[in-house]
Design a protein around this ligand. Structure first.
Ligand code: NAG
Ligand code: NAG
Ligand code: NAG
Ligand code: NAG
Ligand code: NAG
Ligand code: NAG
Ligand code: NAG
Ligand code: NAG
Ligand code: NAG
Length: 794
């Protein structure tokens, strides 16, 4: 009874404290004359969408900026910065206030005077006397739910707004462009780096000759990218803008102005367009699940196509997550992380030009292989030399020559070599650039060349391991029957394939031939192309390291290999019914009954579960798709092609971000360049499952069949429980409805955007077998966004 009485009082007290607390932190969206914002106080827009206040970028101690960011999105994504080039060291010694002269000012409080460091007007005002002014004009600063900070008078007119003075970001409602009467241009100007809001080097501009077209410019001088003409919906050079009807882009060119802006049809979708520190215009869309900004499009598509993205003597490599590194003999030129505008500096200055005579210079040239040469830098010219030797001499004898290459003639570069791009191994357009460095750096860098021999050592040790295993087994007289690898001689394989006369098909980096061993077992022999590409070599090692150590009825069996100086061969069991991909697109696939198909689905799941969960080292396949699933005589599936497979080891995430699976089967985290886990295979398996159920290929999706984007169509059917609508029409409904339901649900869970929500492969097996029951998965709506992403990667 007594506790009853106490309760209301306690309750009341708690309410009071909540109210008080709520009241003390309740932020307002308005700043009136005489009020000021300082320290950690912020303005919050009415619907709590945006917040304005002082912030300091992470990992940067340059100071504090006044900015606007999304209130609801974790990680503080800043869309506008007030004082980008004059940060304050202490936010409690600075204040943002509305001055009686109807301007918004940021003041630094000195001992006796207040010093303005930013103002919405260019007029000169004595801020020391501000507070004592009796001026009655009523103006307020309001942060709106659009992210716009406006200065409003009593007539509700905006006399100034941040949307007219963007930093690097455009949000719906904001705009960039040219006011023709005044010539004033509002551009998006990049941040200096991801952690430095100061004015960067990249911006957009409208063609000064009146074509109304937009171009991107470096450091106010060099135009490096054109958006092309406006076709009513999008810029011609950015087809990705036309992919989703959710976004409406607007480009206006009339007597008054040239203007670009965008709207979102579905307002809760949060999106922004940013001129990135890498000089790409990028559009991002927020996804609550997994709580990340997803890249919707970027133009130019590669940061390496942006002028001077890595600065002088930097090397751009799209395959690396950092994009930039220094050419050999050079070190980073800027101390601030991620800021490549200064490029790289020589470790040792050149001998030539230091009072010495060019022809007696001790400088030398370092080869930089597999690069795309910059041919339109202003420091580039063609010299009249007729041979590589003459070209080298021509460069050596001119102290301002920093590099040369011999490609259809002698090409030489002067000071400030920029835009050298690393190309992937085996790119036919690649060249070698000879870079001038001091003698001291020549020696150091040639040690670095030893890298190649180191990797050969790694291969040898891999092979030695298997040779030892094979040799031990041979003594135990169980050769080849217990799963140990056989080492074949080159001649044996040439004979058993009849000199490679019966070609079964092309795999990645090599052709596959049919052969017959002396005991009459049929085998498939893959002959990897070594050539200039290291890819064949990589695939060889990946297959031997992964498949060589394991065996499972649903994994293709590697019987052995042959490795000679010039050749790498892999020997597998022969699969008479080819790949699932050729089966799916062949006319006889319709004849495969449901139980055979269901057997294939479950078999592939078991094979992958074994790789992920039952091997000593966890193995990710990384390229699950129908092309890589083979069928034996009884249509038992065998997962094949382990050329991209990864053993999870020390540096697993780094390795994975540079690998690339197949478009259409890539999990969202992979597209985003994040480290992937076994759940990326689960995702690819889900896509494959949808193809098996429907008998349609993922990529030939929309082709006249009225299904639009295939995965989205299929997932929607599955999520809605309309399993029969998803089933291959050729089966005319002849399927076990319970198995069909399990397969559809499993597929839909596998392709969820969040890895955490996707089941593990072992759980998929249980779902298919019926020992684990799951309900319908939500429709993976993000697929709409990823249509665009997929096509970008094509
Ligand atoms: C805001 O600043 C005050 C005074 O410096 C401090 O006491 C308070 O803890 C700060 N609040 C937050 C949320 O950081
Ligand atoms: C303010 O006064 C202190 C102590 O008198 C002095 O050290 C400091 O430099 C002054 N600051 C400014 C901005 O004048
Ligand atoms: C600003 O006003 C104060 C007080 O009237 C005066 O002492 C000071 O000289 C003025 N400063 C300027 C730059 O006019
Ligand atoms: C940008 O141009 C200015 C003026 O021409 C020059 O001083 C500056 O060094 C340039 N910036 C870079 C990073 O090259
Ligand atoms: C470089 O040349 C290419 C093709 O010739 C051209 O499209 C591009 O705009 C040029 N870039 C610069 C920065 O001049
Ligand atoms: C440069 O070296 C060459 C050959 O060693 C010599 O003939 C020439 O006189 C030298 N020139 C100068 C300016 O020292
Ligand atoms: C040396 O090279 C620079 C840059 O390529 C060039 O501008 C200059 O004309 C060359 N000088 C001679 C003497 O060839
Ligand atoms: C295979 O080709 C080699 C050379 O191309 C030839 O010498 C050899 O006789 C051929 N062997 C068979 C079985 O065809
Ligand atoms: C599958 O392989 C078996 C055994 O080689 C063969 O009889 C059958 O015709 C093949 N089926 C298809 C559809 O190719």
């Amino acid at each position: 009874m007594s506790s009853w009485r106490k309760f209301p009082l306690l309750f009341f007290l708690q309410c009071m404290s909540v109210l008080c607390l709520g009241f003390s932190v309740a932020a307002t969206d308005t700043l009136s004359v005489g009020e000021s914002l300082t320290g950690n106080r912020t303005l919050v827009s009415k619907g709590r969408k945006f917040e304005l206040g002082f912030f300091s970028p992470p990992t940067d101690n340059s100071g504090y900026y006044v900015g606007i960011w999304y209130k609801q999105i974790p990680g503080r994504t800043v869309i506008w910065v007030m004082n980008r080039d004059c940060p304050v060291s202490d936010p409690s010694s600075a204040e943002l206030t509305v001055a009686p002269d109807r301007s918004l000012v940021l003041l630094l409080n000195g001992n006796r005077s207040k010093k303005p460091i930013w103002s919405s007007t260019s007029k000169k005002i004595n801020y020391t006397v501000l507070r004592t002014s009796n001026d009655e004009s009523v103006v307020v600063a309001v942060l709106l739910d659009t992210g716009n900070l406006v200065l409003r008078n009593t007539l509700e007119e905006n006399i100034w707004q941040s949307f007219e003075h963007p930093t690097d970001t455009l949000v719906p409602g904001g705009r960039v462009g040219l006011k023709k009467r005044t010539g004033a241009y509002q551009a998006l100007v990049s941040w200096r780096s991801a952690v430095d809001p100061s004015t960067g080097l990249y911006m957009d501009r409208v063609d000064p000759h009146g074509s109304g077209q937009y171009a991107f410019m470096w450091n106010g001088t060099t135009v490096y990218h054109n958006l092309g003409a406006w076709n009513g919906q999008r810029f011609t050079s950015v087809p990705e803008m036309g992919i989703s009807t959710r976004y409406k882009y607007i480009s206006v060119d009339n007597d008054e102005e040239v203007r670009f802006s965008f709207q979102v049809a579905d307002p809760p979708t949060v999106s922004r367009i940013v001129m990135s520190p890498h000089g790409q215009l990028t559009m991002f869309v927020w996804s609550d699940e997994p709580g990340q900004w997803l890249l919707h499009w970027a133009t130019p598509t590669s940061p390496c196509d942006v002028y001077s993205v890595c600065g002088p003597f930097g090397l751009c490599d799209v395959a690396s997550s950092q994009y930039c590194r220094c050419l050999p003999g050079f070190g980073a030129g800027s101390s601030s992380p991620g800021d490549w505008s200064c490029g790289c500096a020589r470790k040792t200055s050149l001998h030539c030009g230091n009072g010495d005579n060019a022809s007696s210079s001790t400088d030398g040239f370092l080869p930089v292989r597999n690069v795309k040469l910059p041919t339109n830098s202003s420091y580039f010219s063609k010299a009249g030399a007729g041979s590589p030797g003459d070209c080298e001499l021509a460069c050596l004898s001119n102290c301002s020559c920093t590099a040369y290459a011999f490609k259809d003639g002698c090409l030489v570069w002067g000071d400030g070599l920029r835009n050298v791009q690393q190309l992937p191994d085996g790119d036919a357009t690649a060249s070698t650039l000879f870079l001038r460095v001091a003698a001291a750096d020549l020696a150091v860098a040639s040690n670095h060349d030893g890298f190649y021999s180191v990797s050969s050592v790694a291969l040898l040790s891999t092979l030695c391991f298997f040779l030892v295993v094979a040799w031990r087994r041979r003594r135990a007289k169980t050769v080849g029957h217990d799963g140990s690898l056989l080492v074949f001689s080159h001649g044996t394989l040439a004979r058993c394939t009849k000199n490679y006369s019966h070609k079964l098909g092309m795999g990645s980096f090599g052709s596959v031939y049919k052969g017959m061993l002396s005991d009459h077992t049929a085998v498939a022999v893959k002959r990897l192309e070594l050539g200039s590409a290291a890819q064949g070599e990589k695939q060889f090692r990946a297959e031997v390291r992964t498949l060589g150590t394991i065996q499972h009825v649903n994994l293709v069996r590697l019987r052995g290999f042959s490795a000679t100086k010039h050749e790498r061969l892999l020997v597998y069991d022969y699969m008479p019914n080819g790949s699932l991909a050729s089966a799916l697109s062949g006319p006889s696939f319709g004849l495969l009954d449901w139980s055979t198909r269901f057997g294939i689905m479950a078999g592939v799941a078991r094979g992958l579960a074994y790789l992920h969960e039952q091997c000593q080292e966890r193995i990710l396949h990384c390229d699950v798709k129908p092309e890589n699933i083979l069928l034996d005589a009884a249509f038992c599936p065998k997962v094949a092609d382990f050329g991209m497979a990864k053993l999870i080891g020390r540096d697993f995430s780094r390795v994975l971000t540079t690998a690339r699976g197949t478009v259409g089967y890539l999990a969202p985290e992979w597209i985003l360049g994040l480290p992937v886990t076994a759940k990326a295979d689960v995702y690819s398996y889900g896509m494959t499952l949808l193809e098996l159920i429907s008998g349609r290929r993922n990529r030939d999706a929309g082709a006249g069949r009225g299904v639009g984007h295939f995965p989205l169509w299929a997932a929607t059917k599955a999520a809605e429980g309309r399993f029969l609508a998803l089933l291959d029409e050729r089966l005319a409904g002849r399927a076990d409805m319970e198995e069909l339901g399990r397969a559809c649900n499993a597929a839909c869970w596998c392709i969820q955007e969040s890895e955490a929500v996707r089941p593990a492969m072992g759980q998929v097996v249980q779902v298919l077998e019926g020992s684990l029951t799951v309900g319908a998965a939500p429709v993976p709506r993000y697929l709409e966004l990823f249509c665009a992403e997929d096509s970008r990667m094509l």
